[in-house]
Design a protein around this ligand. Structure first.
Ligand code: FAD
Length: 450
């Protein structure tokens, strides 16, 4: 074990593996600490869309080039080999709870006709992506420590100390925190105190075969409602990259003591207006996730720890932004060490990059509309979604998606005024509330790791 590493990376997801690979390739001594025994085993639900191919997202215009087998990030300035399995999808359909109507995001038939050029994006193997990053990091000399659960961080003089639950200590000049959405590093550094908490998202996902879907190469998004609480349940069905006839089927939403999301997923499959999609379905594998919803870290740095990926963002940075920030953080550390500035000044370009591309250019409250748009309840949501008959622009950006849907609903205002004045009154009272008040119940039933 090196006495003091140039950099210790906490977490071996997309952000941490990318950070370790780049720092190793740049010639730094690097330790990567991952609490799982098997770094590339995917235990947490992920839709594995290459997010996002159809527009700028996190300041990047990324795309998949299948001819070269590369994931390309032209703005940040890098590409990665990817020759694993993938599936195109061509539209996003948001269904009313009675399955009687769906909002079309993207023109499915026209896009299918165009083939690869018409797709919204692809789903791809996160496992293969992580395996590639891990192989590169190992080839670059990164020391991997698995089964290493970081439980404490201290800064003593000019050295950072990481302590693991297993009783080991790692020392480094810089630390890169890449420990994901419920980051313990953010808590240890006290950085969650600078953020607002908006509740906890929980979900369950199944990989299934044998589905009969109306549009098999689209993302299907039935909106259900919990019977007693009337909380919106987000159901999500999309092509899985992992098997020929396989789909990823998900149910999730804000945590609530009365809601069992696995039971809701089973209800959707066995006893809902969508059950005919699943008549011959077979369950292959299950996963789940828990994710705290925070406002983004305003400054992704403290005590010589650089924050990357989900650890510092709002649900979710996506694998793409996580890799971008891992790469940028590793380059910033390399430059700081060459300049003999092992401090905040040395990595200021990373902090500026984060602020410019993320906190300053993306409004995290837009994401919250994914959660608040269903708060009107089943009856009103069914009516309102039923009004949207035009095909909406192809956007997968969760920060715009429901804004686009809401704007399309608002174009029907005169009709709503005539037919459902009760809905206007409800929307006005919700609209007059600050977001914290709209989400009060969701926030109160969450469990923050401050
Ligand atoms: C339902 C759902 C759907 C999603 N769909 C997509 C999608 O379609 N496309 C997309 O790009 N992204 C998607 N995401 C988001 C994506 O999964 C994450 O944004 C991405 O994995 C974040 O990468 P990360 O490296 O920042 O964190 P993570 O992938 O969470 O990695 C963090 C790593 O740190 C380790 N760790 C945590 N704590 C410690 C500790 N104390 N000590 C040591 N190690 C630790 C963890 O074991 C983990 O390996 C989805 C997420 C969810 C929940």
């Amino acid at each position: 074990m090196a006495d003091v590493y140039d950099v210790a990376v906490v977490g071996g997801g997309p952000a941490g593996l990318m950070a370790a690979k780049i720092a190793g390739e740049n010639g730094l001594s690097v330790a990567l600490l991952e609490r799982k025994e098997n770094i590339t085993a995917i235990q947490r639900s992920c839709a594995t869309m290459f997010a996002i191919e159809d527009e700028y997202y996190f300041g990047e215009r990324m795309y998949f080039n299948e001819e070269q087998g590369r994931l390309v990030f032209p703005v940040t300035g890098f590409s990665l080999p990817y020759t694993g399995p993938y599936k195109n999808f061509y539209a996003w359909h948001v269904y009313t709870p009675d399955a009687g109507h769906y909002i079309k995001v993207g023109d499915y038939d026209a896009n299918v006709q165009k083939g690869n050029k018409g797709r919204l994006s692809v789903t791809y193997s996160k496992k293969e992506l992580l395996e590639n990053l891990l192989a590169d990091a190992e080839a670059a000399g990164v020391k991997m420590f698995t089964g290493a659960n970081v439980i404490d961080h201290r800064r003593e003089g000019d050295v950072n100390h990481l302590i693991t639950a297993e009783g080991h200590e790692f020392r480094s000049v810089f630390t890169i925190a890449a420990d994901g959405i419920n980051s313990r590093m953010m808590k240890l550094l006290g950085l969650n105190k600078e953020r607002s908490f908006f509740g906890t998202l929980v979900g369950v996902s199944y990989y299934m075969t044998g589905l009969s879907l109306p549009h098999p190469e689209a993302i299907l998004f039935p909106q259900l409602f919990h019977k007693t609480t009337q909380y919106p349940i987000m159901i999500w069905v999309e092509p899985s990259p992992y098997g020929e006839d396989e789909y990823w089927v998900y149910a999730g939403g804000p945590s609530h003591p009365d809601i069992d999301y696995k039971a809701e997923l089973d209800r959707c499959i066995a006893d809902s207006s969508f059950s005919n999609w699943f008549a011959d379905a077979e369950l292959q594998r299950k996963q789940a996730h828990v994710a705290n919803i925070w406002s983004p870290a305003p400054t992704p740095f403290k005590d010589n720890v650089l924050i990357t990926g989900d650890a510092g963002w709002t649900v979710e940075a996506e694998c793409t932004m996580s890799m971008m920030s891992g790469l940028k953080a590793a380059h910033a550390v390399s430059e700081a060490l060459r300049e003999h500035k092992p401090n905040q000044e040395g990595v200021q370009n990373y902090i500026d990059w984060w602020k410019h591309h993320f906190t300053d250019s993306m409004d995290y409250t837009e994401f919250l509309t994914v959660l608040t748009s269903g708060l009107v309840g089943e009856d009103m949501a069914t009516y309102l979604y039923g009004l949207v008959t035009d095909t909406l622009p192809c956007s997968l950006n969760p920060y715009n998606l429901f804004n686009n849907v809401n704007a399309a609903i608002m174009r029907n205002m005169p009709k709503i005024q005539g037919e459902r004045p009760d809905i206007i009154a409800k929307l006005q009272s919700l609209g007059a509330m600050p977001i914290e008040e709209q989400m009060r119940n969701i926030i109160e039933s969450g469990f923050p790791n401050t």
